[in-house]
Write a protein that binds this ligand. Structure first.
Ligand code: ADP
Ligand code: MG
Length: 420
């Protein structure tokens, strides 16, 4: 099978690596890809947002499966163009990706399907924001409705800061925000693969959103992740599939907008039960880096079955009995203005360590060598028999990476590895 993967981040390098481990995948193209995907597959210079250019290229090259990594091409309808051109495509239509593209729409679907989530109000002016804040109380949760690359949500006990965020979101024409009740408790990410009808869950992961150790500092796109979650309740995956994923897939089907792709369930395990924080319409970054290396089932065959509506016949997934931890190496200043262009060294040395591989997230190859080109530069992955061993391995790799001014967290998976 010839596969075309759209995207250029750490998630896509991790997906590419997993696709290539599937013996059915004979050729892999990544558009536009990054230096990490260039080393294992063929990068193609195509704009992933230009659906017709992608479809034309895919038809000319006999692509059997297109996989769309990031949310932006999904939300603008690249999957629709590929499907219309007859290309089996893993990734939802624009209408279905609205589950991620509008938090208000996601709330509407959850209300219609009876899915447990935080109580919320959709607001279009500051007066209704104030009223909702008074109703829910502190801490305040203020969310921009649309895609915001991880920068749209503010959770704060400070009413002035909450209102300031609401005001800046509402200053965009036609915008709306969601004000919701605060959810307490650990967060879990669960990826569910769907062909529009059948749901196949992957194993859960936890990511670390704050920039600094001890969950201090500003929110980021994600500073690390691990899987499995030894502390999670035994029935969690079944519960989320039955109470969340299947009802969403049914509701979308009922509305004539079947969801084909990854339904990413962002969950809070509160004292009152599991609640949905949000949905995404694609694999998460960096959770993908720790979930896919544990999946023994060939990924290309799984995603093709989803794209072709054959998941019901696909059967149970198989997992490797091992743990994975990833640590993101970020450029100086990230998540603020990041210092880019510095040389990145030590990847080969890190990968020479047992159970360590390095995923490229924001790197670029120049005549002078590999340099940092994005805030999150690398995502180092360690695999081992358990979380403790995976943690030791990942940090032995991280310690060999050099990038001037870079920073990373030292406590990824620490509490879970220590058994609490
Ligand atoms: N209702 C809530 N209660 C507490 N924290 C929340 C709530 N909603 C979101 N958060 C926090 O904000 C983060 C980002 O919110 P999310 O809805 O996932 O938006 P996005 O990923 O698009 O930025 C979540 O991972 C969580 O840590
Ligand atoms: Mg989120």
């Amino acid at each position: 099978m010839k596969v075309l993967l759209l995207g250029s981040g750490g998630r896509e390098h991790a997906i590419a690596r997993a696709l290539l481990a599937d013996p059915q995948v004979s050729e892999l193209f990544v558009a536009p890809g990054n230096p990490g995907t260039a080393a294992i597959a063929t990068n193609v210079s195509l704009d992933p947002l230009d659906g017709s250019a992608v479809a034309e290229w895919a038809l000319a090259h006999g692509i059997d499966l297109a996989v769309i990594g990031p949310e932006t091409p999904l939300v603008v309808g690249v999957a629709d163009v590929l499907v219309a051109a007859g290309i089996p495509t893993f990734g939802p239509s624009a209408a279905a990706a609205h589950l991620e593209g509008s938090k208000a729409f996601a709330k509407e679907i959850m209300a219609a399907a009876g899915i447990p989530t935080a109580a919320a109000h959709v607001c279009r002016d500051l007066a209704s924001v104030r009223a909702a804040m008074t109703e829910f109380g502190s801490p305040y949760v203020i969310k921009y409705d649309g895609l915001a690359a991880g920068k749209g949500v503010v959770v704060t006990a400070d009413p002035e800061a909450a209102l300031a965020h609401a005001e800046s979101c509402l200053s965009l024409p036609g915008s709306q925000i969601v004000v919701e009740d605060y959810l307490d408790g650990p967060e879990v990410s669960l990826f569910c693969i769907s062909d529009g009808e059948t749901v196949v869950p992957l194993q859960p992961a936890q990511d670390f959103k704050r920039a600094l150790d001890g969950d201090a500092g500003p929110n980021t796109g994600g500073m690390g992740a691990y899987s499995p979650l030894p502390w999670a309740p035994a029935g969690l995956v079944d519960e989320v599939v039955l109470q969340v994923a299947i009802p969403v897939i049914r509701e979308m089907e009922r509305r004539g907008i079947p969801f084909v792709g990854v339904l990413y369930c962002g969950l809070a395990l509160t004292s009152r039960g599991t609640r949905v924080i949000e949905f995404n319409a694609r694999f998460g970054d960096p959770e993908t880096q720790v979930v896919l290396p544990r999946l023994a089932t060939p990924l290309g065959s799984l995603l093709l079955a989803a794209a072709e509506g054959r998941l019901a016949e696909f059967g149970e997934l198989e997992w490797r009995d091992r743990a994975a931890v990833t640590v993101v190496v970020a450029a100086e200043g990230y998540p603020g203005v990041s210092t880019l262009g510095g040389p990145v060294e030590g990847i080969e040395e890190a990968e020479a360590r047992e159970g360590v591989h390095v995923i490229h997230a924001g790197t670029q190859m120049t005549p002078q060598g590999l340099v940092a080109s994005g805030g999150r530069v690398l995502s180092v992955v360690g695999e081992g028999a358990d979380l403790e061993s995976a943690r030791m391995r990942v940090y032995s790799g991280v310690d060999l990476i050099s990038l001037h001014g870079s920073h990373h967290r030292r406590d990824i998976a620490q509490r879970a590895a220590e058994g609490h």
